[in-house]
Design a protein around this ligand. Structure first.
Ligand SMILES: Cc1ncc(COP(=O)(O)O)c(C=O)c1O
Length: 360
């Protein structure tokens, strides 16, 4: 049996469209080795200040920045500081599962606001606010969202910032994919539009997630409570990791070229995946990031059935229901193009076609 399985694996590899991870070929291993040789001294092995390594903070270049152990830690700290059980947390619908998990630990009541091609529908949010909803926070991934792939339109950013001011809630602008834009122009951050906004940055997708370095830029009144919460949690993020990141980011010529290479890599992969799908799975080409949100167009086939049929074809996809706050997304799936090479993405698309054939 084992021999047959190994032989089968040799014939046909398993293709994962499921995780939004950078592939090994995206990691700047040589640059990190060279940086490690330069930064690994006694100073790098000491505790860093809770707010972050001064060299990295200078490169982030914003007042009230707090370096965090990935942006995931910032989500936990923000929830810890802002939420009491039963408080309302507004999230995108569909939402990033990691944020739902981080916030859920503090027992909020989630309210999902629908996302369309221009990101969260802020008019819908305003209607809820006018109707009496009083959230403590509103979580959005403004660029190339996980899972929808959508980017929040500029007018909606301005609107959301104004609503946060008028109704007294905090916008959490989680922005790990901003640099991975492969078409169109950058849109100003929500934080730059005023209001009560905490901006979360991360080096996970542009350097490596194993380094666990992100940051939060908070309004003045929130910066100190966040730093105190972090001190209680882990005193400081890894000094070594922070210095490695600072060493790479400081070399702006190298860093810009590295990010440009990543954008080129992901643009090709996104095009290969979208191009490999037939009209049974409707998807549009994203402008950046790692995700395609696709809708099943064949009557009678739902995402659960398609996911199982894809598994039988050795392809992993994620059914839309995984990202639901209050039901829905039975006919959507999330596909990530980040991990597979172009020819494997084309093969994954063919296998999804076979999965549809089997389902009839
Ligand atoms: C939207 C979003 N936010 C945050 C994270 C976590 O990032 P980090 O590695 O910085 O903790 C991810 C990781 O996939 C993500 O997709």
């Amino acid at each position: 049996m084992l021999r047959e399985l190994v032989a089968a694996a040799g014939e046909r590899s398993f293709l994962a469209l499921s995780g939004g991870l950078p592939p090994p070929e995206a990691f700047p291993v040589e640059a990190l080795r060279a940086a490690a040789a330069r930064v690994l001294d006694a100073g790098a092995l000491q505790y860093a200040p809770t707010e972050g390594d001064p060299a990295l903070l200078a490169l982030i270049g914003a007042p009230n920045a707090l370096v965090t152990t990935g942006s995931q830690q910032a989500l936990d700290l923000l929830a810890k500081v802002l939420l009491d059980p039963g408080d309302v947390a507004v999230v995108e619908s569909p939402a990033y599962v990691g944020a739902l998990r981080a916030l859920a630990a503090y027992e909020p009541r989630f309210v999902g606001v629908p996302v369309d091609a221009d990101g969260m529908d802020t008019a819908r949010l305003e209607a809820l606010l006018v109707g009496g909803l009083r959230p403590k926070l509103c979580y959005v991934v403004a660029n190339f969202s996980n899972p929808s792939g959508a980017t929040l339109a500029f007018e909606r950013r301005v609107h959301l910032a104004a609503l946060s001011e008028r109704y007294g809630f905090v916008v959490i602008e989680d922005d790990p994919y901003a640099a991975l834009r492969f078409s169109g122009d950058d849109v100003p951050t929500i934080a730059s539009c005023g209001g009560n906004v905490v901006y979360l940055g991360s080096y996970s997708k542009v350097i490596a997630p194993g380094l666990r370095v992100g940051y939060a830029i908070a309004p003045e009144w929130l910066a100190r409570p966040l730093a105190i919460a972090k001190q209680a949690t882990d005193l400081t993020s890894s000094s070594v990791d922070q210095r490695l990141v600072a060493e790479l980011v400081r070399d702006t010529m190298w860093f810009d070229a590295h990010v440009a290479r990543l954008c080129e890599l992901y643009a090709k992969r996104a095009a290969a995946l979208v191009g490999s799908l037939d009209d049974r799975l409707a998807a549009s080409m994203p402008a950046g990031g790692m995700f395609v949100w696709a809708s099943i167009t064949v009557p009678g086939i739902d995402a659960q059935a398609l996911t199982a049929a894809c598994m039988a074809q050795d392809v992993a996809i994620v059914p839309g229901m995984e990202f639901a706050v209050d039901g829905g997304f039975e006919r959507e799936v999330r596909l990530s193009f980040s991990q597979l090479r172009v020819d494997d993405l084309a093969e994954a698309g063919r296998r999804i076609g076979s999965a549809f054939d089997v389902l009839g």
